[in-house]
Design a protein around this ligand. Structure first.
Ligand code: ZN
Length: 130
């Protein structure tokens, strides 16, 4: 699957986002090591801290289906700016795949790509508790 194919799946996932409060829907597409792809959509809540980001929504679907290792995640928002994962999503992605590639796409079709290790250079990990 190309980067563009993965981004297109993230773009389609925006349509299922539930974002009545921010009116800023986001979609994500997570590619597993075996090539399968799970999408996720932002799910907001009136109690704003209960909101689930699209990235963690996709991860929850993939992990619930038994996957534990991931190659890439594409994140798409109908925005002129790149939408990077929040700190919580960076940490949760790192738990499973520290070397995952993060693609952030914007409405004009351009995208940037970073290894998660660049976006989260010093994660909290199981070694942190040694
Ligand atoms: Zn997030």
């Amino acid at each position: 699957m190309t980067d563009r194919n993965l981004i297109e799946k993230a773009k389609q996932a925006v349509n299922n986002a539930y974002a009545p409060y921010s009116r800023f829907p986001i979609g994500a597409a997570l590619e597993c090591d075996d090539g399968s792809v799970f999408t996720g959509s932002k799910i907001e809540n009136a109690a704003l801290e209960c909101t689930l980001c699209a990235e963690r929504s996709a991860l929850a679907a993939a992990v619930s289906a038994g996957h534990r290792s991931f190659k890439r995640i594409a994140i798409y928002a109908e925005s002129g700016s790149y939408c990077f994962p929040c700190g919580t999503c960076r940490q949760v992605l790192w738990e499973f795949s520290p070397n995952i590639e993060v693609l952030c796409a914007r409405v004009d079709g351009r995208y940037v790509s970073y290894p998660l290790t660049t976006l989260l250079p010093e994660p909290f990990s199981s070694q942190s508790m040694d």
